[in-house]
Write a protein of this length. Structure first.
Length: 135
């Protein structure tokens, strides 16, 4: 028995297939999903979705959204997503370093809109790099 997983963005279908296990980055922590899971609707944070098919794991960087779980179906609706296999590790590391520097430059302005945007950019860059290391 397997799960049907769909990861959908406004502009593309990122993943549509079978999985034995899915780990989602919910806003309250990591959420594991196995076949027969109770129905659930949850908000997703920026982070890494992990998919197990047999003994192999793959990862997808998610940029926030929602997941609907209904028995053996998991539908993930996100603002943006990127499979780890399509992420350039060196570019992702450079993006993370740049985002970290931008975020650190706002130390004196704790709640400015610019600092919040810099923090979001840092979280997205970190998720992309983490996805490359999750395989």
């Amino acid at each position: 028995m397997a799960l049907t997983l769909r990861v959908l963005c406004p502009d593309q279908n990122v993943f549509d297939g079978q999985a034995d296990e899915v780990i989602l980055p919910s806003t309250t922590g990591q959420l594991g999903v196995l076949p027969g899971h109770v129905s659930l609707l949850t908000a997703l944070d920026v982070g890494v979705l992990r998919v197990r098919d047999g003994n192999s794991w793959s990862a997808i960087a998610l940029m926030g959204g929602f997941a609907e779980i209904d028995e053996d179906e998991v539908n993930v609706l996100v603002n943006a997503a990127e499979p780890a296999s399509s992420i350039n590790v060196d570019a992702a590391q450079q993006d993370l370093n740049s985002a970290q520097q931008a975020w650190d430059s706002f130390d004196g302005k704790p709640n400015s809109p610019e600092k919040i945007k810099a923090q979001q950019a840092f979280q997205k860059a970190r998720a992309r790099l983490q996805a490359t290391r999750a395989n």
